[in-house]
Design a protein around this ligand. Sequence first.
Ligand SMILES: [Fe+2]
Ligand SMILES: [Fe+2]
Length: 474
Amino acid sequence: MSVDYNQKIPNNVELAGDKALQRALEHWQPGFLNWWGEMGPDGSHEFDVYLRTAISVDQAGWANFGYVKMPDYRWGIFLNPAKVGRKIGFGAHRGEPAWQEVPGEYRSNLRRIIVTQGDTEPASVEQQRHLGLTCPSLYDLRNLFQVNVEEGRHLWAMVYLLHRFFGRDGREEAQALLERRSGDANHPRILSAFNEKTPDWLAFFMFTYFTDRDGKFQLLALAESAFDPLARTTRFMLTEEGHHMFVGRNGVRRIIERTCEVMARERMYEPERLRSLGVIDLPTIQRYLNFHFSVTIDLFGSELSSNVATFYTTGLKGRYFEDKINDDHVLKDASYPILQALDGGLIRREAPALNALNERLRDDFIRDTIAGVDAWNKAIQKFGIEFALRVPHKAFNRQIGTLAGCKFSPEGQLLGESQWLAGCREWLPTPGDRAFVQSLMGRVIEPGKFAHWIAPPSAGINGRPVDFEYVRFN
Ligand SMILES: [Fe+2]
Ligand SMILES: [Fe+2]
C-alpha cells in the first residue's frame, strides 16, 4: 500500500488505471490549489515548513518529515488497505459483504454524508488562516500548518469518493466544496461551528481539542460504513486526526502551565492582576472551554433524528466502536435516554435507540473530552492551585435540538431570560475577554522562543529539539 509519488496526484488507489477519473481529478486539482492560494494560511506560501507527508498507509512509518513549501505539499488520495472478506457490521444488511460500489437506493444519502464531512475540512483551514501571523513560536506555527495541510488532504479524501463513485453529481459537489466559504453570509459552510471565527490561539487550541475531536467521532462512525471505500478512507484520516487533537490538548495545557506558574510564584489569584502580568486567567480559559464545547456538541445534531435512524439501518453510518458493543446491532426494539426541558427542569426519557444515535455519539464524545479536561486539571493541581476546569452540562448554550429553545446554566439549571443574560458574562467569553486574549497575540519566530503566555512543550516534533527551526522564512 505504498503511495505512488510519480503521479501528479499521489495515491494508493491505482489512479493511473482509470484515465477518466484521473483526468477529472486533475481537472479539479488547479481549483483546489487556487482555493489554497486564496484561503489557505495567510502570507505563508514561500515558507519552508518542517511537515510530515504520508508515504504509505502502513502502521509503521507512514510519515516522512522534511521541509516543504505548503503550496507544493503532495496532497493525495490514501485509503487503508481493504480487509479481505469484510462484512457489514450493523443494520438491515448485517452479515452481508461490504459494498465496493454505491447501491443506487442509498446514493443520495451517502453523497450527503460525504459532502457534509468534506465541507468541514476546507472550512477549518479558512477559519484558521490568519493565525500564522500571531504564532507564539515556530513550533506552534509548524503545528498549525501541519493541521492545515492535513485538513486539505481530508478534503481530497472526500473529493476522491465524490468523483469516483457519484458521477456528475459528485463532480458538482466537489466543485461546490471549493466555493463555499466559512462565515460567508451568502455561501457559508454547511455546519454552524465551521462558520465561527477562530480569532486567537486559545480559540485554535480549544478548536483542535474539541472540534477536531468531533471529527474523530464522526470519522469513527463512518469507518464502520458498509460502503467500504468510505470506511477505508476515514480510517486513514483518523491517523492524521490524532495529531490535531494532540495540538489542542497540549496547547491548552501549556497555557494553563504558564498561568499557574505565575499564580504560584506571585501568590496571586485575581484575574485582572494576572492579566496585567500577561497571562490568561483560568476563568477566561473556562469561558473559552464552555463556548467551544457547547458549539461542538451541537455538531452531533438533534437528539432525535429519522435521518440518522435511516443511515444506521441502511448501513451507511455506524456507532462509535460498533464491533465492541454487545447488542443485536439492529436496534429495532432498543431504547436510549435523552434529555428534555419540562416543567422548569430537565427530564430524562427513553427514546427509540435508532432515532437517538446522534445523542449516543454525543455522549461518547463527552466522555472522551472529560478525560482530557481531567488531565488539564492535574496540571493545575501540580502547582497547588485550587481551581478545576469543568465541562459544562450538555444542555448549556445549545442551538440545536430539543434543548435549543431554553437557557441552561453550565450546571444544567433551567434559567429565565434575565438570569441567562446576567450569567452569560461569567460563562461565555465576553468581548473584553476576547480583546484581552487578542492583545497577547504577537508573532514569535525566533527558534526556541515562546510567547510569554504559553509554556514551551516538553518535546519537539519527530524527535527534533524544541528550538529546532521548524519554519524557515525566505
Ligand atoms: Fe479533518
Ligand atoms: Fe482535524
